[in-house]
Design a protein around this ligand. Structure first.
Ligand code: MN
Length: 242
């Protein structure tokens, strides 16, 4: 009896100690982390520092948005396409652009998780502090379609403000090379309807709630200070080159 009690006490003490060790050293290599989800899709690193878009997009939001939200789309997409080598060998842009060809059992995962991966991967590359306004061919196309850059900004702001619930607003290029402002719900992509996004804004609350709370218009205004118009204009010129 006494022996049993001792053993029980010793066990409890050991558990207590190991519990404290685990808490103090969460990265301890003695407790292997759960296996990371394997490919084929990978989370691209942010092409700049987390605080590069301060004070407009705060570092904490960028951390959460990239490391948690975007990563979650990638992980769930990988889980869904496991065992489908025909799907997992294609690019995520190709998958969302050909949603109608997706196997029925993967349709929702590709639309939502694939769309989330595609939209965010595209988005990070359009942000940065390079140029205050469109240049070259893109500037000409915006002027031709909307009259001026500020007129475009007004229409784009109105579209982004009007998205009900979660979604995106986009400036997209149509197959006939004219521009259109459009919105998509959830993680739907313009690629699915044959449009090529030029820029877009994520208006899910996870994109702005920490800093801007419920004030989506303030966030949209801030967005215009972190569009890398130099990069966006160069990409547009390359894509539309005759
Ligand atoms: Mn997002």
């Amino acid at each position: 009896m006494a022996m049993k009690q001792m053993t029980g006490l010793a066990s409890a003490m050991m558990l207590g100690i190991s519990g404290r060790i685990a808490k103090a050293f969460p990265q301890s290599s003695s407790a292997p982390a759960p296996a990371a989800p394997t490919g084929p899709f990978t989370l691209p690193p942010l092409p700049y520092a987390y605080d590069a878009l301060e004070p407009y997009f705060d570092a904490e939001t960028m951390h959460l948005h990239h490391d948690k939200h975007h990563k979650s789309y990638v992980d769930k997409l990988n889980a869904a396409v496991a065992g489908h080598p025909d799907i997992s060998s294609r690019t995520v842009y190709d998958l969302v652009a050909n949603l109608d060809a997706a196997p029925m059992e993967l349709l929702t995962a590709i639309r939502n998780q694939g769309g989330g991966h595609a939209n965010h991967s595209f988005w990070w590359e359009t942000l940065g502090k390079g140029g205050a306004a469109p240049a070259g061919e893109l500037a000409k196309a915006i002027d031709a379609k909307f009259g001026s850059f500020s007129a475009f900004q007004e229409k784009f702001t109105s579209a982004a403000s009007g998205v009900f619930g979660s979604g995106w607003a986009w400036l997209s290029r149509l197959p006939n090379n004219t521009l259109i402002i459009e919105t998509t719900a959830n993680q739907d992509s313009p690629l699915t309807v044959g449009h090529t996004p030029v820029v877009g804004i994520d208006v899910w609350e996870h994109a702005y709630y920490l800093k801007y709370k419920n004030k989506r218009p303030d966030y949209i205004k801030a967005y215009f200070s972190v569009v890398n118009w130099d990069a966006v204009s160069a990409k547009y010129a390359a894509q539309t080159k005759a």
